[in-house]
Design a protein around this ligand. Structure first.
Ligand code: NDP
Length: 239
C-alpha cells in the first residue's frame, strides 16, 4: 500500500480532481470537506471521508488520527480548502472577511500543525499549500483574499526553510483562473457579471484536472527534489 495523502476541500473543484487523481494512482486518502456526501459519491477505494471544517482544529486532528491508524503516517497534506467572496472591502461584511482569514489561512495552519511533528520525526513528508496568483499580485475586489493568499505564500516560504533540515518539502501552488465553484460565495451581481465576462474571454481558464495533474507531478518527484513554487495559468491568460 502506498502512503497516506490528506486532501482538504475535496468535495469540488481542484480538491475533487486531486482525490480522483491520487486515488487512481493507488494512494489511500483522507478526504475532508463540509459537504461529505459529495466526496462519498465519488466511491473511491481506500478512502476515509470526513465532514470536517478546516477551522475546527480538533475535528481535523481527530480525522487525521483515525486515518493514520488505518493507513500509517501522513506522507502528504494538501491544504486546498478555500473561499473567495469577491467584492470591495467596504461591501464585504466583517464576518465574511474573517471567514476568509479563518479558512484560507488558519485552516492551512491547522493542517500544518497536525502533520508537522510526525513529518519532522520521520525525516520525510510533503506539505502542499494551494495559494493563488492572488498570493503574488493584488487585483480588484480581492483585498482580503489577496491578504490570505499572500499569507499562504509567506507561511509556505518560511516554513520551507525551517523544515528543509528535516527533509520535509513545502510546495506552494499558485494557479490563475481555474474553472471551479470558487465563486459560490460571491454574491454581488455586478462583481459576478464582470467575473463571468472575464472568465468567458479566457475560455474558462485551466480545468481543475489540469491543476491536479500538475500538483501530482510535483508530489511524485523524488523526495530529494523540492519544486518549491509553481505559478500556472492557461496559456491565453496573461498575468
Ligand atoms: P471550489 O469552491 O470548487 O472548492 C473549494 C473547496 O474548499 C470545496 O471542496 C469546499 O468544500 C472546501 N471548503 C471551503 N470552505 C471550507 C471549510 N471551512 N472547511 C473545509 N472545506 C472547505 O474552488 P477551487 O477548487 O477553485 O478552490 C480550491 C483552492 O484553489 C482554494 O484554496 C482556492 O483559493 C484556490 N484557487 C482557485 C482558483 C480558481 O480560479 N478557481 C485560482 C487560484 C487558487 P465544502 O464547501 O464542502 O466544505
Amino acid at each position: 500500500m502506498k502512503k497516506l495523502i490528506v486532501i482538504t476541500g475535496a468535495s469540488s473543484g481542484i480538491g475533487k480532481e486531486l482525490a480522483i487523481k491520487f486515488s487512481g494512482e493507488g494512494y489511500p486518502l483522507l478526504l475532508l470537506a463540509r459537504r461529505v456526501n459529495l466526496i462519498e459519491e465519488l466511491k473511491l477505494p481506500n478512502v476515509i471521508c470526513k465532514s470536517v471544517d478546516v477551522r475546527d482544529f480538533d475535528a481535523f486532528q481527530t480525522a487525521v488520527n483515525q486515518a493514520q491508524k488505518e493507513y500509517g503516517d501522513v506522507d502528504c497534506l494538501i491544504n486546498n480548502a478555500g473561499i473567495m467572496p469577491l467584492d470591495k472591502i467596504y461591501n464585504l461584511d466583517l464576518k465574511t472577511q474573517h471567514d476568509m482569514v479563518d479558512i484560507n489561512v488558519k485552516g492551512v495552519l491547522n493542517g500544518m500543525n497536525i502533520v508537522l511533528s510526525k513529518m519532522k520525526e520521520n525525516n520525510f513528508g510533503t506539505i502542499i499549500n494551494v495559494s493563488s496568483v492572488a498570493g503574488r499580485y493584488t487585483s480588484e475586489n480581492r483585498v482580503v483574499y489577496n491578504g490570505t493568499k499572500f499569507a499562504v505564500h509567506a507561511i509556505s516560504e518560511s516554513a520551507r526553510k525551517e523544515l528543509a533540515p528535516f527533509n520535509v518539502r513545502v510546495l506552494t501552488i499558485a494557479p490563475a483562473l481555474v474553472d471551479t465553484e470558487l465563486l459560490s460565495t460571491t454574491v454581488n451581481p455586478d462583481v459576478l457579471e464582470k467575473y463571468h465576462e472575464w472568465k468567458s474571454a479566457l475560455e474558462g481558464g485551466l480545468t481543475a484536472k489540469e491543476v491536479s495533474d500538475v500538483i501530482f507531478y510535483a508530489y511524485s518527484l523524488p523526495q530529494n527534489v523540492s519544486l518549491k513554487e509553481i505559478v500556472l495559468s492557461s496559456t491565453k491568460q496573461a498575468i
